[in-house]
Design a protein around this ligand. Structure first.
Ligand SMILES: O=C(O)CCC(=O)C(=O)O
Length: 264
């Protein structure tokens, strides 16, 4: 099973900054991933991303496990990752064999909080550009009520927009200063096996999980190697984060499970 975009999907992605795909992998592979989630989220290593200022009812209900491909290298050879690379390669006009990925797994428990509007580019080290496409795969049918992805069409056209922290800066939970000037969010409900692809500058968000089932998602970033920028991106929220955690800044990047120093 090899998934590549049609010209209409490429045109839609370039114009709107996102595209949904009906099937990127098999149900069997998704079932194996779901078993892996049980192992991962019951063990150590998942971090609470619900924030420290949330009320006790929502705390601990949004957990993430970063870089699962390091502990489970077989993920790199999954149909999901292979198809994500070929699809993203066509969207970016890059050779899929030269692209790498890093991933994170997200578990949004029933009642787990919303993720407010943000751009992924706003998290990047500000001296670098990566050409990326970000892929989001839920491990089951996923609708708005459960917290499927919602995108602001054409919001990727404006580069990195101003963000601020909505919890203590040490949590690095950021949201857009002014989402109201953008187009209204378009939700992408997905059937099991479907996925979305978005540009790193596309503003996106998800709702609270209002169902009684956990929402499991496996986003990956498909990327080229980092390119040093002539001018630093304006991201004061990253300075506040660095200050809040004692001055530490991102000095490495992850590619297919291997950590590399960011180029000088
Ligand atoms: O899964 C979610 O609820 C949000 C995911 C997201 O915003 C992201 O991966 O950038």
């Amino acid at each position: 099973m090899n998934v590549t975009p049609t010209q209409d999907q490429i045109d839609f992605f370039r114009e709107n900054g996102f595209v949904a795909v009906e099937r990127i992998t098999t149900d069997e592979e998704i079932d194996r991933l779901a078993e892996l989630y049980e192992q991962i989220f019951e063990g150590k290593g998942a971090v609470d991303r619900s924030g420290i200022r949330t009320d006790p009812d929502t705390r601990g209900k949004l957990t993430q496990y970063f870089h699962p491909e390091v502990r489970f290298p077989e993920l790199l050879d999954s149909l999901y990752v292979r198809n994500a690379k070929s699809f993203a390669g066509a969207l970016l006009g890059e050779n899929p064999d030269e692209l790498t990925i890093w991933g994170h797994m997200i578990r949004k428990a029933p009642g787990g909080r919303e993720v407010p509007p943000h751009q992924d580019i706003a998290f990047w080290p500000p001296d670098y550009d990566f050409r990326t496409v970000n892929v989001w795969l839920p491990l089951h049918d996923c609708d708005v009520e459960m917290g499927t992805m919602q995108f602001r069409p054409r919001s990727h056209a404006n580069g990195c927009l101003p963000h601020h922290h909505y919890d203590h800066p040490s949590q690095n939970l950021i949201t857009l200063d002014d989402p109201d000037v953008l187009a209204a969010p378009v939700a992408c409900p997905l059937k099991k096996g479907g996925a979305t692809f978005h540009d790193p500058a596309t503003v996106h968000q998800t709702n609270t999980n209002a169902t009684d089932r956990p929402r499991l998602a496996f986003p990956i970033t498909v990327q080229t190697a980092p390119i040093r920028r002539a001018e630093r991106r304006y991201t004061p929220w990253l300075d506040e984060f660095a200050e809040a955690i004692g001055g530490e800044r991102q000095e490495t990047w992850m590619a297919d499970g291997v950590e590399f120093p960011l180029p000088a």
